[in-house]
Design a protein around this ligand. Structure first.
Ligand code: PGA
Length: 252
């Protein structure tokens, strides 16, 4: 059975004090709510990862990085490697977020290398992709999503692929307050699962968690998560408030 996962992407928000405060609040509320069957992840900025990882070590909350470089080390000013993340207790990384693609020029090709580097270091990956509004309007969304997945992931052998979590995030819904309708999310997630089935077979496709992201909030999470092929969410804005985040975590 595939896992339900709710991950909070804090983006470039929260200094050290605010990060520790929010992380501790989330850990406490997850414990109090006795959350079972849903994996909870938070992703602070690089500089706060170590302290947040330490502060949440004994809790059920796992910590993820928002990005990493594909090289092991070297002359890459400003970058962080998988090995460095692991050395501070971080075993999960978000790759391919649309903001990385749009503002920092990340391509499918670079992402394929990042995926390989993360897997070579036994890290878990939350791999993001999704279409922009223009593609949705022209009905091109499935072709775009399919190519993003194929280009960055389909070189993987089946055993490696099994450890990936996918996050479908329509770019037009990120931070805009506009969400995909639960049916739009379900249609795309079913399409993604079919694409995985064609490549890796039904058993593998059924085992992969596919998260939805894009203005997922306490008031819409329940309906979106009730869809058959939606296995949780990647949450931006609503992850910055512990109560809102918990309401989403407990929406299953
Ligand atoms: P949002 O962000 O929930 O603020 O729309 C989602 C994301 O970027 O992962």
């Amino acid at each position: 059975m595939r896992k339900n996962i709710v991950a909070g992407n804090w983006k470039m928000n929260n200094d050290l004090e605010a990060s520790l405060k929010l992380a501790k609040q989330v850990a406490k509320k997850v414990k109090k709510a006795d959350v079972k069957g849903t994996k909870v992840i938070i992703a602070p900025t690089f500089v706060n990862l170590e302290r947040v990882a330490r502060a949440t070590k004994k809790s059920k909350v796992k910590v993820a990085a928002q990005n990493m470089h594909f090289a092991e080390s070297g002359a890459f000013t400003g970058e962080v490697s998988a090995q460095m993340l692991k050395s501070v207790g971080v075993k999960t990384v978000i790759l391919g977020h649309s903001e990385r693609r749009e503002y920092f020029g990340e391509t499918d090709e670079m992402l394929a290398k990042k995926v390989d580097a993360a897997l070579a270091n036994n890290m878990k990956i939350i791999f993001c992709f999704g279409e922009v509004l223009e593609d949705r309007k022209s009905g091109n969304q499935e072709a775009i999503v399919e190519s993003q997945i194929k280009n960055a992931l389909f070189h993987l052998e089946v055993d490696a692929f099994k450890s990936i979590v996918l996050a479908y995030e329509p770019v037009w819904a990120i931070g805009t307050g506009e969400t995909a309708t639960p049916d739009q999310a379900q249609d795309m997630h079913a399409f993604i699962r079919k694409t995985l089935t064609d490549k890796y077979g039904a058993e593998v496709a059924e085992s992969i968690s596919i998260l939805y992201g894009g203005s997922c909030k306490p008031n819409n999470a329940k309906e979106i998560f009730s869809k058959k092929d939606v296995d949780g969410g990647l949450i931006g804005g609503a992850a910055l408030n512990a109560d809102d985040f918990l309401a989403i975590v407990t929406a299953f």
